[in-house]
Each structure stands twice: as C-alpha cells, then as structure tokens.
Design a protein around this ligand. Structure first.
Ligand code: DGL
Length: 280
C-alpha cells in the first residue's frame, strides 16, 4: 500500500537544502519536512557525543511529525550518528555517506578516490571505511582513499562567497581557499572527488575549475536522493498521485538568514517555516 506520510530530512543548518533540492527534484509528489538546526550549527567541529545527542533530538521531533523515513542530509551527522539512530529509531534512517561511497567505488573501479568534508566527518573515517567496504563487495582491488578536511569552505559558502558565476572579489577569495585545500590533493591524481559536505555542491563549479574537468565529482546528496527513491519504490512506500508535494521547514533559531540564504540555495522562496527551540 502507498505511504502518504512525509519524508523527514535534517541537517545542522541550511546546507542540507542541497540534499532537499535533489530529493524534491527526483520525488516531486512527496511531502517533505526539513529541519535545520540553525541554533547549534556547525556540527563539523563538535564531538561525536554532542552530534549524536542533537541528531537524536531532531529525529524524535521528526517522528512526532509522523514521517515515514528519516534522511540525515548532514555528512557530519551521517558519519557519527547513523549507527545510534538506526539502533534507536523504528523507521528507516538514511544518510549520505553510503550512497556517495557506493558511487565513488563504482566509478573509480578501484582507483584512487579523494573525499573532502568537515573536520568531524574526516576524523571519523566514515567515508574511507564505506568505500573500502564497497571495493570489497565488488571484488575490486583496494584503491587508495585520500581524505581531507576543508574547514573554511562552510563559512565561505555561508558568507555567500563563491556563489554565482562572476569573477568578483568574493569569488576570488573562495577560489583561492579551494585551491589551498585541493592543490595538494590534485598532486595525488585521484580518479574522482567526493563532495562529503552539504555546502560543497553550491561551489561545485569553483571546485571543478580548480581540480580540472578530468576528475569526476561525486555529489553525495544526488546519490542519496536516488538511493531513497529506489528504496521507497522497492518497499511500495511512495505517496503516489499527480499532486505536487508540500514543503515544510523548521529551524531552531531566527529563520531570517535561513530564508534569505536558503532561498538562494534552492532558487525558490522559503515559506511555511516554523521555529522549534524545545525538543521535549
Ligand atoms: N552540514 C554539515 C555537513 O554536511 C556542514 C556544516 C556543519 O559543520 O554543520 O557536514
């Protein structure tokens, strides 16, 4: 029987809207509830315990909203809280690491893969473990996985630097910082690069400009959206029908910045937004 309940998506803030956007594109009829933890962002420099605690609180909120599955759009939370959430929560939970890792292993065919993300994501080694597991599943020779944290890229994107196509001062700063992180990675000649953070797809063109067109760029959000669609189809859990799905947003702090910058990320007006400051 089809399942008409909404899909719950959460992130540490507005970056996860890149994943929301891909899910909305590929599943236009589904109702989506997005939670951005704007009061406590960033997660990328926090401890595992803290990230698990926040992720559990938000999942509890989404479950009370009646969602049929939970999507952890945040790479940091997917890296550190996935196992705990899957143990605790009774509905299916999906992260962005596994889909990104599967795609990277498939396209690389055992050649070197580079992954970039926040400090917490890279420290967790979640991507390299998932990629090596996938090499094993596919019977491929173990390629090398280079993992590199790029802590300045989230604030760069959140400041709106690097957005658009111009060559202004902001774009120039963003490009230099991308080069600072990725020039050494390029030296190792990886076959593909995994964007292991919600914010990086926003500056994908800049990243491509620095690494060159020859290196395939994998967006974990795109892969996660495909993965979720396949799952819902297989389990007969799609909402079905011709009517467009409803978008609902929640944040944990003043929504002003989320609405303004998030609207630019999504290229649409963010309406239907609420504030949740208490998870009990
Ligand atoms: N959403 C986070 C991620 O994908 C980036 C922002 C943060 O550090 O909270 O890892």
């Amino acid at each position: 029987m089809p399942n008409r309940s909404p899909i719950g998506i959460f992130d540490s803030g507005l970056g996860g809207l890149t994943v929301f956007k891909e899910i909305r594109k590929i599943l236009p009829g589904e109702d989506l509830i997005y939670f951005g933890d704007t009061a406590r962002v960033p997660y990328g420099n926090k401890s595992k315990e803290t990230i698990i605690k926040y992720s559990k609180e938000i999942s509890g909120f989404l479950i009370r909203k009646g969602v049929k599955i939970i999507v952890i759009a945040c790479n940091t939370s997917s890296s550190l809280a996935m196992d705990d959430l899957r143990r605790e929560v009774k509905i299916p939970v999906f992260g962005v690491i596994e889909p990104g890792a599967k795609k990277a292993a498939a396209v690389s065919g055992g050649r070197t893969i580079a992954v970039i993300g926040t400090q917490a994501t890279i420290k967790s080694t979640a991507y390299s473990r998932a990629i090596l597991q996938e090499f094993k599943n596919r019977g491929l020779a173990f390629g090398k996985v280079i993992e590199k944290s790029c802590p300045l890229l989230v604030p760069i994107v959140e400041e709106g630097l690097g957005l658009g196509t111009g060559n202004g001062f902001g774009r120039d700063i963003a490009k230099r910082i991308v080069s600072y992180y990725l020039d050494p990675v390029k030296q190792e000649n990886p076959y593909c690069l995994v964007l292991g953070c919600t914010h990086y797809p926003i500056i994908k063109d800049l990243i491509e400009g620095v690494v060159g067109k020859g290196m395939e760029i994998i967006d974990s959000g795109v892969e996660a959206a495909l993965f979720i669609k396949n799952f819902l189809e297989k389990e007969n859990m799609l909402k079905e029908g011709e009517v467009s799905g409803i978008n609902q947003f929640f944040v944990s702090d003043d929504p002003g910045r989320f609405v303004e910058l998030g609207g630019k990320f999504l290229n649409m007006n963010i309406e239907n937004i609420g504030i949740i400051s208490d998870f009990t």
